[in-house]
Design a protein around this ligand. Structure first.
Ligand code: SF4
Length: 365
């Protein structure tokens, strides 16, 4: 039994420990971030063997993984260049280690040849790829774009400070048909005071500069974000600045996490806010985020858009993506890789429904 762990927030950590305890009598292996920073806690509930996460790719000799449907995943880097005061991932994964460009290109070629359409590039901070090698993400994207075949890259989470360093070239890189117009930009707070305490290395105005640069060039672009509510010391005014940033940037698809103290991090020494405040702020942010999500989806209704079938969830329907990574559900069984056009009909918040226009092709059977 292999348990792949995460310890990014307190509730996840507790879930992992419960799961490990439930399998304590098995031949148990543990991997992921938790054994790298919380081995003592693990040993209290079981006595597993440890697999270092880097060892998995090293042994497989490949950084690509086939996902569900027509999805392939390539981990382009591990670690980061951040100093975020609340983050335990940094302690687990350490400094940025970018995969070599050739290894990434090989993995993408291989996944495309085996039928993947959506290639997800992942890492703790995808925008930082290459900073440790004297290379940069836009150059990598250009090389990926030259790989023949029908596919598109979905870029993973990008730290705003790393994006700022490559902003103009990155905006340009998104012009390629082989890059989904989707940006995951975790901003965490809209207050410069809180951002400083978090040691994030940018200000709220920088976030707007990034958002405006992308939206000016690609008006329909989907820009998603993550927020932490109730960071120690966050005042009502500072929380309102976060709400304002969310509204002004109109982030679509927002992950909201109540602050949770992580062991060994600098922020763990700060005094927590009451749980009620963290919860109330999280609710208020979510209500606004939902309104923005609805508004974004509604602007697509009645419009015709290209779609590609990438996943299945229920029989008789297919999950498709449009070039902005809009989640379009078509009530038909379409083969993975099918590409055609659809008219968007209804907003269901986390997805939209679409009606396929007759025609279309399938690049893989
Ligand atoms: S960039 Fe910050 S939040 Fe992201 S992994 Fe690094 S230290 Fe953690």
């Amino acid at each position: 039994m292999i348990v792949n762990t995460c310890t990014v927030i307190g509730t996840t950590e507790r879930k992992m420990l419960r799961r490990l305890a439930a399998f304590a009598d098995r031949d148990l292996y543990v991997t992921g971030c938790m054994p790298l920073v919380q081995m003592e806690d693990i040993r209290k509930v079981c006595a597993p063997q440890v697999i270092h996460p880097d060892e998995i790719h090293a042994r497989a000799g490949n950084i690509g993984t086939s996902g569900a449907g027509a999805i392939g995943v390539v981990q382009i880097a591990s670690g980061c260049v951040g100093q975020c005061s609340y983050c335990i991932t940094r302690l687990a994964r350490g400094q940025l280690k970018s995969a070599p460009k050739e290894a990434i290109l090989d993995a993408v070629r291989h996944l495309v040849a085996s039928g993947a359409y959506e290639i997800q590039l992942t890492g703790q901070d995808v925008a930082a790829w290459g900073f440790d090698r004297g290379e940069s993400l836009p150059v990598l994207l250009q090389a990926i774009g030259e790989i023949p075949g029908q596919f598109a890259v979905r870029l993973g989470m990008m730290h705003p400070a790393s994006v700022l360093a490559i902003l103009d070239d990155l905006v340009e890189a998104y012009a390629s048909d082989k890059v989904f117009r989707f940006l995951h930009l975790p901003v965490q707070s809209g207050s410069d005071t809180v951002l400083e305490l978090m040691q994030r290395g940018y200000r709220a105005a920088d976030v707007l500069r990034i958002v405006d640069a992308f939206r000016e060039r690609y008006p329909d672009m989907m820009i998603s974000s993550d927020f932490i509510t109730g960071f120690p010391g966050e005042t009502d005014e500072e929380f309102c600045e976060t709400l304002e940033l969310l509204k002004r940037a109109a982030f679509v698809k927002v992950n909201i996490t109540r602050y949770s103290r992580r062991p060994g991090t600098p922020a763990a020494a700060l005094k927590d806010l009451p749980e009620r405040i963290r919860k109330d702020r999280s609710r208020a942010l979510l209500a606004e985020a939902n309104r923005i999500y609805d508004r974004y989806n509604e602007r697509w209704i009645g419009r015709e858009t290209p779609i590609v079938a990438t996943e299945k969830n229920t029989p008789g329907s297919t999950v498709c993506r449009n070039p902005c990574y809009l989640n379009v559900i078509i009530e038909e069984d379409l083969p993975f890789g099918f590409s055609g056009r659809a008219v968007i009909r209804k907003n269901r918040r986390h997805y939209v429904t679409g009606e396929r226009i007759p025609g279309g092709t399938c690049h893989k059977v």
